[in-house]
Structures are given as structure tokens and as C-alpha cells.
Ligand binder design. Structure first.
Ligand SMILES: [Mg+2]
Length: 450
């Protein structure tokens, strides 16, 4: 979209204000509200931010402004506040794209893929919890009667939240995302609303807006929406199952499909190599796609009340089998089940793409698909099969991330060194800040024992 086309569209839509948006490491949606009378300045100069104040962007208080330059093709009128439209921006500093801005990082990896005539398309299943805050500060499901042990797909739970769910559905369609399913998920108060896949950048931009929309709509109802990976220890966590496929950049031909696949999963040899790359880099990758202390309470843990976590514990792939880290739901695409609701989609898709491209470059064979129910196998049986576990904590994942040269080169470098080192520094501090607290569980376990 050219600047003139954009201005015409803004006027047709009756939009009065623009959110000039970008995200920092955590995926926090940062915005400046810009009246459309100032659109020329916004497009030419960008919106100015004190980068240090925004969040982790490897900026100091002494640095000059981050100028966020809008990407006109990301223009989206926001149906829940239709006089406002969002423009996703690329952060620049002194005229150069800032290499610690997640959207910039993803575009650089996509440019490398484009040099090989490849485009990554991605679809994400953004599970979220809709919660009510009790007077004592604790949280319960938005619907107080949503207490059954297996609430998944319950039409009654869906019906109670019908106004909210149908509003989200209509908004998704108004934004051109193609909502195709909505359900009550496996935890009390947990929902999922699906929209069509698109190129990795578009899907990332949409996920940032989806989270913003959910927070806004929940708040209007006096509720809380959260994508936090594991809000309750005894309930299923919020995953971000991520469906991936590569396509040719010039002719938009799918490259992951092959009906002649001898393993009978409908995948091409390129898809298998891509899987092999993701499995090879799984330890470090987990640190990017499961980027919080809380993330590791969703993966690699025992079953919640509903009977299964639906989250992987081990580095393995299989067919239409939800106990695997990578599931092949049908020919032509793969589903990575590790990412969670805390994932920054730009960084997650950059890291997944970089890992997959490395698998293609090295022609990696991931071996035969695993056909077990991995939730049911004992640790001995897992070890006998030569299957490794995902990292147990954020700290382990950070050690793996900084040791992974492919992820290091994928996520790039800037003024202050490699992005993986900066990411690990921020995340190790996050781990310490939480781990240094003395929890009630520790008191219950040790106080009278010692
Ligand atoms: Mg789900």
C-alpha cells in the first residue's frame, strides 16, 4: 500500500486516530496515539519513543529516540474502537533499523528465506483464559459455574460466554482474518478462537492485535484476559500451537506437501529437513518460544485435573498425535506444540524459521515419526528410545540458547552484541527475580521439617 492509498483508506474508513505500534522483547504492545492530521509526519519521520522506557530493546536512558516507522501494509481498522486504526512500525535509531526490535529481527530472517525463494506461512492457536478477580485478589474463571474437571468443548460453557466469543469472531472477520472456529478449551475459563494462517509477519502482527483486543474486551466486561502460560498449577496452560509451512516466494507454491511420502504423513523431504532442524535446535528454541519462568510449569510437567497437559515434554515428532512436540495434523504442514501464550511471535517465528532453514541446509533427516503416547511412557522407556527432554527451567533454556550458533546467527547482532546474549541476560535476571522469592510452598515444605 502506498502512502496515498493508505491516506485514502483512512479517510474512507472514517478513522480519526492511529496507533503507531511496535513491541519490545516481551511482546508488550507499545503505541503512540497519532491524530490523522499528523499522518504525513508519522509516515515520513515516524513516532518517537524513549526506547529504554518501552521495555527490553537494548536501549539506555542516554540513547536518542527510537523512531517507529509505520508499515502501511499492516493498516488495520480496530473494530472495537472503529475511529482508531493500528499501523505496525519498524523501530529505527538514527536512521537505521534497530536490530533489537523483534519485528525487525523477523523481517531479516524472512529476507534470508526470500533469497532462497522461500516464504514461511504460519497459523497460531492463541489459547487464553478469561478470568474474574475475587475481592481477595485471587482469580477464578469468568463464569463462576465453570468448575467441571473436563470443561473442554462444553457447549454450556461456550453459551455463557457467547456474547464475548461472537464479538471477537465478528471483529476477526471485520479485520479480514477469517475466523473459522471458537471453543471452550481444556481448562476452566479457557478459550481459543482460530483465524486463518498467513505469512509469518502478518500472523505476528495479528497476534499482537488479538492480545490487545482480548485485554480491551475483557476489561470492558470487568474481566481479565490472560495468555499467561500457566495461570493455575492444576489446570491446562495457555499454549500457542504454531502451524508452519514453506511456500515459494515467486509463485506461491506449497513446498511441504507430498502425496508420495513413504512415511505416509503427506510431507515433502524439505518438510522433513525443516522438522529435523527444529528438533536439533529444540533446547535453545524452547527459550525463545517459552520465554518466562511460568512457561516451564506448562511443559514437561504431570497432568492437571483434566487428565492431560496437552503440552510436550520431549523432543520428538509424530503424526496426528498431540503428545509430540511436533505433530503432523495433515499433509503439507507441521504443528509445533511447544510455544506458549508468552511467546513474542516475531521472535518465535524468526527462531523457528532459522532452525528449519538450518535443517534444510544440512539436509537433516528427523528419523521415523514417534507413534507412542508420550504422556504415558515412563522415563526409562523414554530414555530407551533415545528421546531427550525439553529444558526443565528458563535458566536451562537460556544456557542452551546462548550455546546454539544457529539461533545466535538467526537472531542477529547489533551495537551491544548478539541478540541471544541480550535475551539471555534479561531472562536470567527475570528468573532470579522470581526464584529469589520465598514461596508459600517452600514454607509448607521446609518450615517445620528443618
Ligand atoms: Mg487448543
Amino acid at each position: 500500500m502506498t502512502p496515498d492509498e493508505l491516506k485514502e483508506r483512512i479517510s474512507e474508513d472514517g478513522v480519526e486516530f492511529i496507533y503507531a505500534m511496535f513491541v519490545e522483547m516481551h511482546g508488550k504492545p507499545c503505541a503512540k496515539l497519532v491524530p490523522v492530521s499528523a499522518i504525513d509526519d508519522l509516515l515520513e519521520v515516524g513516532a518517537g519513543f524513549a526506547g529504554f522506557a518501552a521495555g527490553p530493546l537494548s536501549q539506555t536512558p542516554a540513547d536518542p529516540d527510537v523512531l517507529a516507522i509505520p508499515d502501511p501494509s499492516s493498516y488495520t481498522q480496530l473494530p472495537w474502537q472503529p475511529n482508531v486504526a493500528a499501523l505496525q512500525c519498524d523501530a529505527t535509531v538514527e536512521g537505521e533499523l534497530w536490530p533489537y526490535a523483534p519485528r525487525v529481527i523477523l523481517q531479516r530472517v524472512m529476507e534470508k528465506a526470500a533469497e532462497q525463494n522461500l516464504v514461511l506461512k504460519a497459523g497460531v492457536e492463541a489459547e487464553y483464559s478469561l478470568l474474574h478477580r475475587n475481592e481477595d485478589g485471587s482469580f477464578r474463571p469468568a463464569d463462576e459455574r465453570d468448575t467441571s474437571e473436563q470443561p473442554c468443548y462444553d457447549a454450556r460453557g461456550l453459551t455463557v460466554m457467547l456474547d464475548h466469543l461472537t464479538t471477537v469472531s465478528r471483529h476477526m472477520d471485520a479485520m479480514g482474518w477469517g475466523n473459522y472456529a471458537n471453543d471452550h478449551e481444556d481448562a476452566n475459563g479457557q478459550f481459543e478462537q482460530n483465524f486463518e494462517y498467513a505469512d509469518a509477519l502478518t500472523t505476528s502482527d495479528r497476534l499482537i492485535l488479538l492480545r490487545l483486543m482480548m485485554h480491551t474486551l475483557a476489561r470492558r466486561q470487568g474481566l481479565y484476559a490472560t495468555f499467561m502460560p500457566k495461570p493455575f498449577a492444576d489446570k491446562t496452560g495457555n499454549g500457542l500451537h504454531t502451524h508452519l509451512s514453506l511456500w515459494t516466494a515467486d509463485t506461491d507454491e506449497p513446498l511441504f506437501h507430498d502425496d508420495e511420502d513413504t512415511r505416509d504423513l503427506g510431507l515433502s523431504s524439505m518438510a522433513y529437513s525443516f522438522i529435523g532442524g527444529i528438533l536439533d535446535h529444540a533446547q535453545g528454541l524452547t527459550g525463545i518460544v517459552c520465554p518466562t519462568v511460568n512457561s516451564f510449569k506448562r511443559i514437561g510437567v504431570g497432568p492437571p485435573d483434566s487428565g492431560a497437559t496437552w503440552a510436550p515434554s520431549y523432543v520428538a515428532y509424530g503424526g496426528n498425535n498431540r503428545t509430540q512436540m511436533i505433530r503432523i495434523p495433515e499433509g503439507g504442514r507441521l504443528e509445533v506444540r511447544v510455544p506458549d501464550g508468552a511467546a513474542n511471535p516475531y521472535l518465535a517465528l524468526a527462531a523457528l524459521l532459522g532452525s528449519g532453514l538450518d535443517g534444510i541446509a544440512r539436509d537433516v533427516d528427523p528419523g521415523e515419526p514417534n507413534v507412542d503416547n508420550l504422556f504415558a511412557l515412563s522415563l526409562d522407556e523414554i530414555q530407551q528410545r533415545g528421546i531427550t527432554a525439553l529444558p526443565p527451567t528458563l535458566l536451562h533454556a537460556m544456557d542452551a540458547l546462548v550455546a546454539d550458533d544457529t539461533l545466535r546467527s538467526t537472531l542477529g547482532a547489533g551495537r551491544d552484541g548478539d541478540y541471544v546474549d541480550y535475551f539471555a541476560e534479561v531472562k536470567r535476571a527475570e528468573f532470579r527475580a522470581i526464584n529469589d522469592q520465598v514461596s508459600s510452598v517452600e514454607l509448607d515444605t521446609y518450615l517445620t521439617l528443618m
